[in-house]
Design a protein around this ligand. Structure first.
Ligand code: FMN
Length: 204
């Protein structure tokens, strides 16, 4: 009887140890579960086709556009007017003011990109008199952006965003316009950290 009890106790001990040994490995697998559910979402963002369309008179917005294209794997498209803007700064200021006041849509140069092929379209402009440049007015008017996800970005000379995003949203009424950004205009583009913070909030 004593021998039988000893065998039974040993068996209980062995089974308990087996259960203990199994428990940690089951728990150890838990942290990997969220990673498995996150991966397809991340892949979905990474596989989105991105276009970065921009107007830039003196190169600052072009520099930011290149950074965005590099970070997102997007295609770059430079919006250009058929008639170049004057190189004299005060003449440029006057012409831009007059065009913005009259709601001008200057004729654009070259064929426009096939926006229907893209999932996300970044649209960039310098801040001109507190709003976006007339070349962008023309671009938006001539592109079918209905139902598209549009991300506005701007460069400025100290005024910040002002009415740039608000005005562009009005013109893009049929599109989903997500949180844009305005960066201080610099030949070297936006600060890496400001740009990456913004892009990561957008899921890039
Ligand atoms: C016609 C004109 C109007 C401008 N108006 C403003 C303005 O209202 N507020 C501001 O912060 N910067 C203003 N700027 C400065 C530009 O936004 C800034 O230099 C920008 O980075 C230029 O971009 P780009 O090099 O891509 O042309 C203006 C510049 C020009 C040429």
């Amino acid at each position: 009887m004593k021998k039988t009890m000893t065998i039974v106790l040993c068996l209980v001990g062995v089974l308990a140890c087996a259960a203990c040994a199994k428990a940690p490995s089951a728990e150890a697998e838990l942290p990997s579960a969220p990673a498995q559910t996150q991966a397809p979402e991340q892949e979905k963002t990474m596989t989105k086709k991105v276009l970065v369309a921009y107007f830039s008179q003196s190169g600052n917005t072009a520099a930011v556009a290149r950074q965005i294209a590099q970070q997102t794997g997007g295609d770059l498209y430079r919006i250009e007017t058929q008639t170049p803007y004057p190189s004299d700064y005060s003449t440029l200021l006057d012409q831009a003011k007059q065009e913005i006041r009259s709601g001008a849509k200057p004729a654009l140069k070259g064929a426009l990109p096939a926006v229907q092929e893209y999932d996300v379209i970044f649209i960039g402009s310098p801040n001109w008199w507190g709003t976006y440049a007339p070349a962008l007015t023309s671009f938006v008017a001539q592109s079918n952006l209905q139902g598209k996800t549009v991300v506005p970005f701007f460069t400025h000379g100290g005024g910040g965003m002002q009415n740039c995003e608000r005005d562009l949203k009005k013109q893009l009424s049929g599109a989903t316009v997500v949180q844009g950004a305005a960066f201080p205009g610099r030949a070297g583009g936006a600060s890496e950290s400001a740009l990456n913070d913004w892009l990561s909030k957008l899921g890039f």
